[in-house]
Design a protein around this ligand. Structure first.
Ligand SMILES: Nc1nc2c(ncn2[C@@H]2O[C@H](COP(=O)(O)OP(=O)(O)OP(=O)(O)O)[C@@H](O)[C@H]2O)c(=O)[nH]1
Ligand SMILES: [Mg+2]
Ligand SMILES: [Zn+2]
Length: 366
């Protein structure tokens, strides 16, 4: 199984599937809320985070002393100007310290779900983010719209579950290839998940995804409704830090609900599978999994423009291209039909699928 071999990724992330996600996010070594009344609100009342509840073993702290502490936490959700940060067993609604906004990156790239941050609690469930700690990985795209803006979708995750539906909506393989490139560039392990298999798996659909299996990707066939493939998905997610992504309406949130009903995520109303352009999930939210690990649920993406991904990195993100790269007649070959192109020759020989080469060319604008 080729698991994204050879790509070190933007963050150069070291992968440690066995490391527990909790420790990796630097989360929750001591209860906070229970020892400091008024610091955190809402967390234990939110059933999604009930699994974070731990025995209250710490000695009581003085309110004043802890208020002045700078504590480490992880960003759970980005509300635009405000962020929910999990600190110990408390959720703090935080704003960003003004000087952080002077960072040359736009705010959409500065802080994202999964970021480890230093927070100063202000009481009454409020806090201020003093510092965003360096990332191990960074899953970014160019934000939708005409202004060039980096948008970090999730930070510090190490695996991407890329979901498409067998039908409703039918899979768009150019989009799948884009998701594969963006997540490879971020250095993430990748799983392709074909959901809604209860709606039928035609032979041609099987064949299309078999191509990805031959390339070395792990492809999982699931149904959130019929419960198919869920044990396998659960095993892949356990104790990992994952992000689930894909187009809108493919059943990302439904899959998470099927795996962990206590998450109670909002999904599209039955019968409204195309959403008429609406997204049911509206912001990235980091969720704890009852069987260990964390997952960032993301809103469906209609566009996935690259953020500063050089062309040769795009080619490298196609695992089956790699052994031919560097063998073209021209060193700066763009693989768009130049004479002596090794990728083109491999495609003629049947060693590279023509649809994948076309996908690559479309991505690099050739
Ligand atoms: N038949 C069938 N329908 C499903 C399955 N999974 C989800 N659905 C339906 O598909 C619709 C969309 O599901 P969601 O879970 O909201 O999809 P999503 O990918 O989270 O969508 P966004 O949040 O908009 O990105 C809902 O009506 C679900 O009931 C499945 O396995 N089979
Ligand atoms: Mg959703
Ligand atoms: Zn070439």
């Amino acid at each position: 199984m080729l698991r994204n071999p050879g790509l070190t990724g933007r963050g150069g992330m070291a992968r440690s599937p066995s490391a527990t996600a909790m420790a990796a996010f630097g989360l929750a070594t001591r209860p906070l809320r229970s020892t400091l009344p008024g610091v955190g609100v809402g967390l234990l009342a939110d059933p999604r985070y009930a699994i974070m509840q731990r025995p209250q073993e710490s000695p009581p702290y003085s309110r004043r002393a802890r208020m002045n502490d700078i504590l480490e936490g992880v960003v759970i959700e980005n509300h635009g100007a405000l962020f929910d940060v999990l600190v110990g067993d408390a959720m703090l609604r935080c704003f960003l310290r003004g000087r952080l906004k002077k960072d040359k990156r736009q705010k959409s790239a500065l802080i994202a779900a999964g970021d480890r941050v230093k927070v100063r609690p202000l009481g009454h469930g409020r806090g201020v983010v003093e510092e965003v700690l360096p990332r191990e990985s960074d899953l970014s795209r160019k934000a939708a719209g005409s202004i060039p803006l980096q948008q970090t979708l999730a930070a510090n995750v190490d695996q991407a579950i890329i979901v498409f539906a067998a039908a409703e909506p039918a899979p768009d393989f150019f989009m799948l290839d884009r998701f594969l490139v963006v997540t490879a560039v971020a250095g993430l392990d990748q799983v392709i998940c074909v959901n809604k298999c209860d709606l039928g798996e035609s032979n041609s659909l099987r064949e299309r995804f078999a191509l990805y299996e031959r390339i070395g990707y792990r492809v999982l066939f699931t149904s959130a409704i019929a419960g198919k493939g869920l044990d396998e998905l659960r095993a892949l997610l356990a104790d990992r830090r994952s992000v689930i992504c894909g187009p809108s309406g493919v059943g990302k949130s439904s899959l998470l609900n099927a795996l962990a009903p206590s998450l109670s995520l909002r999904t599209a109303a039955v019968g409204d599978v195309t959403h008429k352009g609406r997204h049911t999930t509206s912001s990235v939210t980091l969720l704890p999994l009852p069987f260990g690990g964390w997952i960032a649920d993301t809103p469906g993406m209609r566009q996935l423009a690259f953020w500063e991904v050089p062309r040769d990195l795009v080619a490298e993100a196609f695992p089956e291209f790699r052994r031919f790269l560097g063998r073209c007649r021209f060193q700066d070959c763009s693989h768009a039909g130049e004479p002596g192109c090794a990728l083109h020759a491999a495609c003629k020989d049947g060693q590279i699928d023509a649809r994948r080469l076309r996908s690559y060319r479309q991505m690099v604008g050739r």
